[in-house]
Design a protein around this ligand. Sequence first.
Ligand SMILES: *Cc1c(COP(=O)(O)O)cnc(C)c1O
Length: 486
Amino acid sequence: MKYISTRGNAPAKSFTEILLGGLAPDGGLYLPEKYPLITRAELDVWRTLSYADLAFAVLSKFATDIPAADLKAIVNKTYTAKVYCNGRADSETTQITPLHTLEPGVHILELSNGPTLAFKDMAMQLLGNLFEYALSKQHEELNILGATSGDTGSAAEYAMRGKRGIRVFMLSPNGKMSSFQRAQMYSLQDPNIFNIAINGMFDDAQDMVKAVSNDHAFKAKYEIGTVNSINWARVSAQVIYYFKGYFAATKSNDEQVAFSVPSGNFGNICAGHIARMMGLPIAQLILATNENDVLDEFFRTGAYRPRTTARTYETSSPSMDISKASNFERFVFDLVGRDGAKVREFWNSVETGGAFDIADTPYWLALTKFGFVSGKSTHADRLQTIRKLWQKYGVMVDTHTADGIKVGLEQRRPNLPLICLETALPAKFEETIVEALGRKPERPAAMQGIEDLPQRVEVMDADVAKLKGYIAMECGFGVRRHDAAL
Ligand SMILES: *Cc1c(COP(=O)(O)O)cnc(C)c1O
């Protein structure tokens, strides 16, 4: 399996060749040259597999240059319930991603059983083990640079803490995350973890990461890699749970389903799109946004108009407070018939502060082939959904999952089983849960009182030169200072 760039101007590469990198050299994102098609016979076998075995089956299609025995060991190390699930202590978690049925035909797929209580652990825990494997083969070091609106950062840090040869430099918008999210990240004292709070929004932080990544000399000198949602291995790891969720919610591979996905960077739902392209019977991919509704606007009108940071709202589902959805380009590449020149044209206008609009083009008609529908959810909707689920089913959901459920129930076709992806536990967003329900969500024992722990964070203006200086300094001194730990 080779990977090509969405902008059509980069050489094809293998899975391990793109594992540690981010963007392709032409500025595009990598995608498989062709999606592997899953036969009906394979689906029938996959239906019976455990999470770890299913993960191996799916990833074997993508990571064709990792020897099978090695891949199997990496996958088993990652997706063993005892190792993976410290979020929920109940026995259900032995399934890694248990399906919770609210009523016939309406389900929640629990994806937040990992160490940081968000779905991003599903991919990031695998990435940590893949990185360690690749670096040990090549005797190399890696400095991971990332931007987070909350959950990516903690998932990355918990996946990489203490890993040999790896440092993490994680940018987050100063003061914009929940106090729990801040505590999760900033209280880590591991010497290979560096938290940097940027005076700005998530998009400012993400732009800084892009700027550093585009400085090829700096990137090479300091061995910079990314774990942002554009990382292909992350997307491929997310494909697995669409299969698992489908099998759990259906009795046979003749049935169709709908998935509803709370979306920000389009990474999660992009994996759903890929699962569907591989042949999983998904009739609808329901994209939910919060007040930051750039993606909803696209799927309703055909216009993709990323907002300026001044017009990105701070909401109570902060992990979706994103206006430039970095993975969206992957879908658009498929939408335009894999025409790299067209993608370049569209993103030229996006990157110069503009937009593109497919409403009056043949692509608008093509869009109907891909099963997407969308909707948006506001703070009031979120509170109402959280209350409704608590009163009706005794189930407490977090703010992002609530956005997905609200839009999912609105947009799904009647009689189609609806699988709502749970993207975080309510414990991460305590303030809004208290506002909705007048009570605090439960917290895993290990996370009680983490807000009181000492925090370690560098506050910085959105200044790329300053960031480079900081990385250079920590890499220069860091190796000696933290020699033993690294
Ligand atoms: C990251 C995140 C999302 C958005 O996922 P994308 O892959 O960026 O679309 C939604 N909810 C939560 C809780 C998240 O952490």
